[in-house]
Write a protein that binds this ligand. Structure first.
Ligand code: APR
Length: 307
């Protein structure tokens, strides 16, 4: 198993460290355009491996040919948000970067599964598919796993329940219109309505939607990376172990949930070939209406940016 991580910044390096610590691949390659950064960070990570009893080898490089024959390529290269920016504000600069990386993946690792992390996420995943020409089953956007983890973390903070006893999912686009599913929350096997007031739940839903922005506001010079890296690794583990976990990911739809020619967050099962199955949940009327709105916004962005 060979995994390449493009972008040795906060998200990419954190993901590479976690992949190596968990020994999820024989080889990890960390690529960046900044000279010395991927090399230095990889050397640092490799020196942590004896302390993690992991024999994963990591190599840092500026040379894209090193990603050749990767099984999975994780794309985190790009500019993060600054306070007050929306993810869509990153489009122009990150689209140019994503296009150049797509060319390299097409050349060196055309059969790889590509996990797209760069924002604006759903649009970048769409662009990646268009530019690589890869099969739709091979392109997976990372957003829903992160947004759902944020949702569960806030529900745990409110109720004191253990995070592993909280089921909650966020679908839709990775932006202000994302859809935390209010009617699909289970806390210690019980419906949320008996545990949290409607008003409090609405506040938690809003905080989940603003989860990324809340962190950007604190950090000022960048965006979140620990939880994004953990979400990437959760997806990689599910791909490798084929554990049948239902994970919300941004994937290309052709009629599922009534949407076509769009990347948007829906529940999927992953496997070593990529996307194994798109799971169609029974959404309530309100949840579906919110998802329709979110899909409409992602479609508009794709159209506005002329991809
Ligand atoms: N090829 C490789 N690496 C690149 C390229 C490129 N063409 N262009 C930029 N990079 C690198 C930068 O040199 C930098 O090291 O991408 C890295 C980005 O790192 P950070 O600035 O720390 O950004 P990060 O917080 O990791 O976020 C990256 O992920 O979550 C999203 O919104 C976030 O779009 C952003 C991306």
């Amino acid at each position: 198993m060979k995994i390449s991580v493009i972008g040795a910044g906060n998200v990419g390096a954190s993901a590479a460290l976690k992949l190596c610590e968990k020994g999820l691949a024989e080889d990890v390659v960390l690529v960046d355009i900044m000279e010395g950064i991927p090399q230095g960070k990889s050397l640092d990570i490799s020196q942590a491996m004896p302390l993690n009893s992991s024999n994963t080898k990591i190599k840092g490089t500026n040379d894209y040919s090193e990603i050749r024959d990767s099984d999975i390529v994780i794309v985190t290269a790009g500019v993060p948000r600054k306070p007050g920016m929306t993810r869509d504000d990153l489009f122009n600069v990150n689209a140019t970067i994503t296009k150049s990386i797509a060319k390299e993946i097409k050349l060196h690792a055309p059969d790889s599964i590509i996990i797209v992390v760069t924002n604006p996420l759903d649009v970048m995943a769409y662009l990646m598919m268009k530019e690589t020409g890869s099969d739709k089953s091979k392109i997976i956007g990372m957003a829903g796993v992160l947004d759902s983890a944020r949702f569960r973390a806030f529900l745990a903070m409110e109720t004191g329940a253990k995070v592993e006893d909280i089921e909650a999912m966020v679908l839709g686009g990775h932006g202000d219109s994302m859809v935390p599913l209010a009617e699909h929350i289970m806390i210690s096997g019980k419906q949320v309505s008996g545990i949290i007031s409607k008003k409090k739940l609405q506040q938690i839903i809003q905080r989940t939607k603003d989860g990324g922005a809340e962190i950007v506001k604190y950090l000022k010079t960048g965006s979140a990376y620990y939880a994004p890296a953990a979400a990437i690794v959760e997806m990689v583990e599910s791909i490798l172990k084929e554990d049948g976990k239902i994970l919300p990911c941004s994937v290309y739809l052709e009629g599922e949930y009534g949407y076509s020619d769009i990347f948007i967050g829906v529940p999927v099962k992953l496997c070593r070939e990529g996307i194994k199955e798109i799971v169609e949940l029974n959404l309530t009327g309100e949840e579906k209406a919110l998802l329709d709105r979110s899909a409409g916004e992602v479609k508009d962005t794709i159209k506005n940016f002329n991809i």
